[in-house]
Design a protein around this ligand. Structure first.
Ligand code: UDP
Length: 239
């Protein structure tokens, strides 16, 4: 990454909150992630967060077992709210001010998504955690992340996952798979590369938001990636 980033959106897949467990939330690991987020924040960034729900429930999995897809997706959205609350409490435990805004209104628990209010939170140095994706079934939190990155005018969308970038084929099954340093939105879409859903990639492309894919499992990597160091792939416009 060569350009300085002032406001970034960090998308974490729900699975990273599991730590070494196979399901749910590992509070100790969430605390480690919160420390990384704190360090990023202290480097002077305005930070928005979106967390998935795959560690708890995915709509597609429910639908595959015979559930109504939309109903299952709403359950998935509720899972993302649980993760957002877990991250909020870890961040506040280490002194980072946060607000959770959910696309599915839940007045007793968090704020609804209100863009201008989110702006104000960021100005005041709070981390804003956007929960419940776009608030509609048949979408994912990747699309939610792209949408919030666009409406909050973020300089980049950082996708922290368990792989260290985008490969031309699956590195788990093909040892010769090559990692891209940069790759265009159009190549990602045309070659169906595993980065984010096509709708999320298209939204980033149309709004010229670079997507930086990196491994969040490695300690200290978020700060490195923000400093333009470390292993990552940037999805961007064709040079
Ligand atoms: N979901 C949805 N609409 C959204 C965001 C999420 O229906 O805008 C549901 C969907 O069922 C999804 C689940 O919430 O499977 C969890 O989100 P996701 O799969 O994106 O989580 P991740 O893979 O990032 O952990």
């Amino acid at each position: 990454m060569t350009q300085p980033r002032k406001r970034v959106l960090l998308k974490l897949s729900g699975e990273v909150l599991m730590g070494d467990q196979s399901f749910g939330i590992d509070p100790a690991f969430v605390l480690e992630l919160a420390k990384e987020v704190k360090a990023a924040k202290e480097s002077g960034l305005e930070l928005c967060l979106v967390i998935g729900g795959g560690n708890i429930f995915r709509g597609m999995a429910g639908a595959a077992q015979g559930m109504d897809r939309a109903q299952a997706d709403y359950m998935g959205m509720l899972a993302t709210v649980m993760n957002a609350l877990a991250m909020q409490s870890a961040l506040e435990q280490i002194g980072v001010q946060t607000r959770v805004q959910s696309a599915v209104q839940m007045d007793a628990v968090c704020e609804p998504v209100i863009r201008r209010r989110a702006e104000r939170h960021l100005e005041k140095g709070r981390v804003v955690i956007f929960a419940a994706g776009v608030g509609a079934p048949y979408f994912t939190t990747d699309s939610g992340a792209a949408l919030r990155a666009a409406e909050m005018r973020c300089d980049a969308l950082l996708k922290g996952t368990s792989v260290d970038g985008v490969y031309d084929s699956d590195p788990k099954t093909n040892p010769a798979a090559k990692r891209y340093d940069t790759v265009s939105y159009d190549t990602v879409l045309a070659d169906n590369l595993k980065v984010m859903d096509a709708s999320a990639v298209a939204l980033c492309r149309d709004n010229n938001i670079p997507i930086v894919v990196f491994s969040i499992r490695e300690k200290g990597n978020l700060a490195k990636v923000l400093a333009g160091e470390g292993v990552q792939t940037t999805v961007q416009k064709e040079a």
